[in-house]
Design a protein around this ligand. Structure first.
Ligand SMILES: Cc1cc2nc3c(=O)[nH]c(=O)nc-3n(C[C@H](O)[C@H](O)[C@H](O)COP(=O)(O)O)c2cc1C
Length: 231
């Protein structure tokens, strides 16, 4: 058996390195290569039924980022008197979750996805259609625009986590962001990004870059025995 001690240490180091970075060094930019690797970590993430119910917006235009400042209280630096993650991040991402417009069982979108992306044979597609219908209408009971978007958002958070871990392994900082008003975000996305809210709902944002300074607080977590129960 190979000795994985080094890899284990690298993983733990990366998780300790990652913190919710409030202010990035605005001069330091992530290379295109490295950011592409972070995007690959999202793209290659698992999703329920393999339906990839996410879209990723990378917002690099300072003017476009400013459109969120007034109501993105978790990213506008209001709590620390800085330009916040919106104003300092090297790369700023908005994750969209698919709604039932695409994710409803038997939708045209899903048929195309199974045929053209997953390249599944027709009989397998038929089987998955049935299984997914049962999953949506019975097993998990995920129906309607809001519920389906919330279910999609759960897949989004897997991709989000993978992006942040990939970044940390590369020595790149990040901050996940739910500190924004949903209704106003939907409005801005529709008006300035051409995003149809019937099809896509904002799920979470995430900023990447290099920390401007060391984190002000040490990382705190509950001890393992309060988190994990073995049976
Ligand atoms: C889904 C999610 C949303 C978050 N939203 C924000 C946010 O809007 N702004 C912010 O500065 N931090 C945000 N955080 C960071 C958390 O406050 C932070 O992860 C937590 O306090 C633990 O600290 P650590 O990540 O530095 O270890 C968010 C974290 C998660 C997972």
């Amino acid at each position: 058996m190979s000795n994985t001690a080094d890899v284990q240490q690298q993983i733990i180091n990366a998780f300790n390195f990652r913190h919710a970075c409030k202010v990035f060094d605005p001069q330091r930019k992530i290379s295109a290569d490295e950011f592409n690797t972070i995007l690959e970590a999202a793209r290659l993430s698992p999703s329920s039924f393999g339906f990839e119910p996410w879209q990723i917006l990378v917002v690099q235009s300072p003017e476009k980022r400013e459109l969120f400042r007034d109501f993105a209280w978790g990213a506008n630096g209001a709590t620390n008197g800085t330009a916040g993650q919106l104003g300092t991040a090297s790369h700023f991402v908005i994750f969209l979750a698919h709604t039932d417009a695409t994710m409803h069982h038997h939708s045209d979108y899903l048929q195309k996805h199974m045929r053209e992306v997953k390249k599944l044979p027709e009989e397998v597609i038929g089987f998955i259609n049935q299984a997914y219908e049962k999953f949506q209408t019975h097993d998990f009971g995920v129906e309607g625009k809001r519920q389906v978007a919330d279910w999609s958002a759960r897949q989004v958070y897997i991709a989000l986590g993978n992006m942040m871990t990939a970044a940390a392994l590369l020595g790149i900082d990040s901050c996940p962001i739910e500190g924004f008003e949903m209704a106003k975000t939907v409005e801005v996305l529709q008006e300035h990004f051409g995003i149809d809210p019937e099809r896509y709902q904002p799920a979470v944002m995430v900023a990447f870059g290099y920390r401007a300074g060391e984190p002000p607080f040490a990382k705190t977590r509950r001890p393992m025995d309060q988190v994990v129960s073995w049976f």
